[in-house]
Design a protein around this ligand. Structure first.
Ligand SMILES: [Zn+2]
Length: 316
């Protein structure tokens, strides 16, 4: 397969692809305009709701991050974990940026099933602190910080997940570890990573996460990407669909080992064709905003035996 090493190559790729697709359509005798050999679009009848979510940002457990709480404001942070781990949430404020040391803050942790797990209140000088002995579910968690009174101002946030507990893999994983090019380190208890790598150059979310409480039908993860950002294969596999597909816009599906499948939607360009073998990290297209989309981003789905699972748990 061709490899693309920079955005300059996209117009050329697009022209080449257009030529290939037109040639394929011509050879097929016209009709529905679909290239010969292309798979049936998987999801013409599936709705994809890509409205604008409340602002929420990706949080990497173990790494500090910065935020700012205005008067009456709420900040939302999303992180993923496997079930059974101990979590701590620490937040520190900068009194010089606050309206006063008594400005009140409430931290709320919401589980993948949208249930509120724990809530802690505090102030700028005595911030909320959360310790939850066991996060029971594998999936994406939402941490919400709210200014209840005053202006708490700038803060530093740290979420840690304990490694002391024995990790149990999600039941959907078959345990055979046969994904190609998967380093052993991805399976040694790291918080996420079963061989799938982040498919966009920007490690951030830009919209809905998996089964977001405000949009529970959203089966994927909206990953930040600028128009024409290269999108790469999360793991080695075979392209099983490449083309327009309803609300998904320009969509690529890649079939991986052990019944896994990845979806890459809203692409501006597609640089692979059905049947192509792709390596992990190989460019498959460019980010865009085709289909039902409110702006350039990558709608990414991960399915196992046809069932959508939370990508944030599996991507590293
Ligand atoms: Zn989406």
């Amino acid at each position: 397969m061709r490899r693309i090493n920079g955005e300059w190559a996209w117009p050329l790729v697009a022209l080449t692809l257009t030529g290939l697709l037109l040639a394929a359509c011509g050879a097929g005798g016209g009709g529905n305009g679909r290239p010969a050999g292309n798979a049936v679009p998987p999801s013409e009848d599936l709705p994809l709701v890509e409205t604008t979510p409340p602002p929420q940002r990706l949080l990497i457990p173990g790494e500090t991050t910065e935020g700012e709480l205005e008067a009456g404001g709420t900040e939302r942070w999303v992180f993923a974990t496997v079930g059974g781990r101990l979590v701590t949430v620490e937040v520190w404020f900068r009194p010089a940026t606050a309206s006063g040391p008594e400005a009140e803050v409430v931290a709320t942790l919401i589980g993948p099933d949208t249930a509120e797990l724990v809530q802690a209140a505090g102030t700028v000088t005595l911030p909320p602190y959360i310790v939850e002995q066991e996060l029971g579910q594998t999936g994406s968690y939402l941490l919400q910080l709210e200014a209840r009174s005053g202006t708490p101002g700038r803060y530093t946030l740290l979420v840690t997940l304990s490694d002391e507990r024995l990790l149990t893999r999600p039941e959907v994983y078959t345990g055979t570890l046969s994904l190609e090019e998967t380093p052993a380190s991805a399976f040694d208890g790291a918080d996420s990573g079963w061989g799938f790598i982040w498919p966009s150059p920007r490690r951030a979310i830009s919209g809905w996460y998996f089964h977001d409480p405000a949009n529970p039908g959203h089966n994927g993860l909206d990953i930040a990407a600028a128009l024409y950002d290269p999108i790469i294969a999360a793991a080695a596999g075979t392209v099983s669909f490449a083309g327009p597909s309803g609300g998904y816009g320009n969509l690529v599906l890649i079939d991986h080992a052990d019944g896994w499948q990845t979806w890459y939607a809203h692409l501006s360009y597609i640089s692979v064709m059905v049947g192509d073998q792709v390596a992990q990290g190989e460019t498959i297209g460019a980010a865009g905003s085709t289909g039902h989309s409110t702006g350039p981003h990558l709608h990414f789905e991960l399915r196992h035996l046809g069932v959508p699972v939370d990508p944030l748990v599996y991507l590293r």
